[in-house]
Ligand binder design. Sequence first.
Ligand SMILES: [Mg+2]
Ligand SMILES: [Zn+2]
Length: 173
Amino acid sequence: MTNSEATLKKAVFFDRDGTLNVDTGYVHDWANFVWIPGAPEAIKLANDRDYLVFVITNQSGIGRGYYSEQAVHTLHDQMNVDLAKIDAHIDGLEFCPHHPKEAQSEYLKSCDCRKPAPGMILALIEKWQIDPVRSLMIGDNDTDVAAAAAANVSGHLFSNGNLRDFLAPLLSD
Ligand SMILES: [Mg+2]
Ligand SMILES: [Zn+2]
């Protein structure tokens, strides 16, 4: 094993809406948050296989003024509280609040974090010392797969079914 293989970590990057939770449009409230079947168990499986687990999500609803950044932080805290019931956890959640055309004031910009741009993945790779080649991204949209590819991470399109069953064959031991 080379030094870099010993040092660098592997990770699973999950999209949020439509991948971890049912996408009913601009979800920002725990009361309306419904896990996709097998999603908590998929996160636990990744935890148990020594993958870091990240959620990266476009949240232009912030920029559009539908809800606040704090609401998103609160929802993400509640996701982790719920996951703790099965000894699972998300290591980090990143969101892009921007939109290039339909956002207010400081959120109106062509940023490098809104998927399909890879900015959120690249920032996490840098911060957590992740090996992109041994990592993967799961999302329900072509933009998720494109963001992954741009970060040299293999992207996998999840359309429906049980997320744990989808993820299991993609992980190494
Ligand atoms: Mg999605
Ligand atoms: Zn952004």
